[in-house]
Design a protein around this ligand. Structure first.
Ligand code: KG4
Ligand code: ZN
Length: 347
């Protein structure tokens, strides 16, 4: 039995987990910072890194306690060291190094985006390779061709906003609050996609994504075209002029357009690559419509789809420990001079 302690601090979740053999999470502690960033409507990097500093020690201690083990019973420490907010990543990396040095245990660094695609393994999925990896989160929208759990080639990605970011902005336009993905999903379940919104497709051969035009179309649809008043451009309407049903119909229309765009890229990737399955991860995989459409598409192509459980969709350290286990098993080790990087391996 191999026990890996995973540490994650790439954005605004401070997380630690203890995972056995890459698959059984004995603990999975996630301290969200939502309450610190909500008034800014998005993550403020400086606030995030300071909060990681305060939380990392209690979060790691809780992960060890909940797993009911002693710290020196772990076999290695895995940490997400890329991509992400550099100040945030450094807190996790420095903590992991300190633990590795003091416990004399191996240190393994992991790419956060590729780790999202380990998440389905934590619920028993057996992924076969080559696989199409679909990462849809608050920071990333990427299609990866995976030859094994860690060898990834980027087939396509967003050229502007990430899909989760677009959901967050759409929720803010509709006055639903932040973070917005779950709120749009819930409102959409009470609405109908009656408004026509664009399904942006990028030109060219790659299955890239673009969400900023969709967001602008929603803004103008909800608030009208800006008019000139007292020398300023102002919107004729406000989201507060909408009743509950109207908000839900706009949420459903946005969600359909965003999910259609994601699915279009996935179908393009499946048409041009020979893969044995689809494996997906990231916060937006909590979306009801996206999960349904992914299942339907994979079944149309006659290949299995591996989706993460809801608790492993958003940022967590179990996925870091899981992928760390795979790297540990194939002999991967990092030195204590390793650092963090804002850029990912393949995203
Ligand atoms: O994976 P994650 O924790 O962050 C990054 O690694 O970037 O994903 C967070 C994102 C947020 O943008 C949030 O709005 C979105 O996932 N999200 C959803 C849903 N639940 C969370 N988006 C659409 N539908 C949902 N149900
Ligand atoms: Zn993430």
């Amino acid at each position: 039995m191999t026990l890996i302690l995973g540490i994650e601090s790439s954005c605004d979740e401070t997380a630690a987990a203890v995972v056995e053999d890459g698959r059984i999470a004995h603990s999975n502690i996630v301290a969200s910072q939502d309450e610190l960033h909500v008034k800014y409507g998005g993550v403020v990097p400086e606030i995030a890194s300071r909060a990681h500093l305060e939380r990392i020690y209690p979060v790691v201690s809780e992960a060890i306690q909940q797993a009911n083990i002693k710290l020196n019973e772990i076999d290695a420490i895995a940490v997400g060291n890329r991509p992400g907010l550099i100040g945030s990543l450094l807190v996790g990396v420095a903590s992991a190094k300190a633990l590795a040095w003091s416990l004399e245990k191996p240190l393994i660094t992991v790419d956060h985006v590729i780790a999202h695609l380990w998440a389905p393994h934590l619920s028993g999925s057996e992924v076969t390779y080559p696989a199409l990896g679909v990462v849809v989160s608050g920071g990333h929208t990427s299609l990866l061709l995976l030859q094994d759990p860690y060898t990834a080639e980027c087939l396509g990605k967003t050229i502007d906003d990430a899909a989760g970011e677009a959901f967050d902005k759409a929720a803010s336009i509709l006055g639903l609050g932040w973070p917005g993905g779950g709120r749009i999903d819930k409102a959409a379940s009470d609405g109908s996609p009656i408004h026509k919104l664009p399904r942006p497709k990028t030109k060219g051969e790659r299955p890239d994504f673009s969400f900023s035009g969709l967001k602008t179309a929603l803004l103008y649809g909800v608030r009208g075209n800006p008019v000139r008043r007292d020398g300023k451009n102002v919107f004729p309407r406000n989201s507060t002029d909408l009743n509950y049903q109207e908000i839900c119909d706009w949420a459903a229309s946005f969600q359909h357009a965003a999910v259609d765009s994601i699915m279009h890229g996935i179908q393009h990737a499946l048409d041009h690559n020979n893969v044995r399955c689809v494996v997906a991860g990231g916060g937006v995989l909590a979306n009801t419509l996206l999960r349904k459409q992914l299942e339907a598409t994979a079944s149309g192509y006659n290949i299995p789809i591996h989706l993460p459980d809801f608790k492993f969709c958003v940022d967590n350290a179990a996925m870091i420990a899981g992928l760390g286990y795979h790297l540990f098993e194939i002999g991967h080790r990092d030195q204590l001079n390793i650092t963090a990087s804002s850029k990912g391996i393949a995203s």
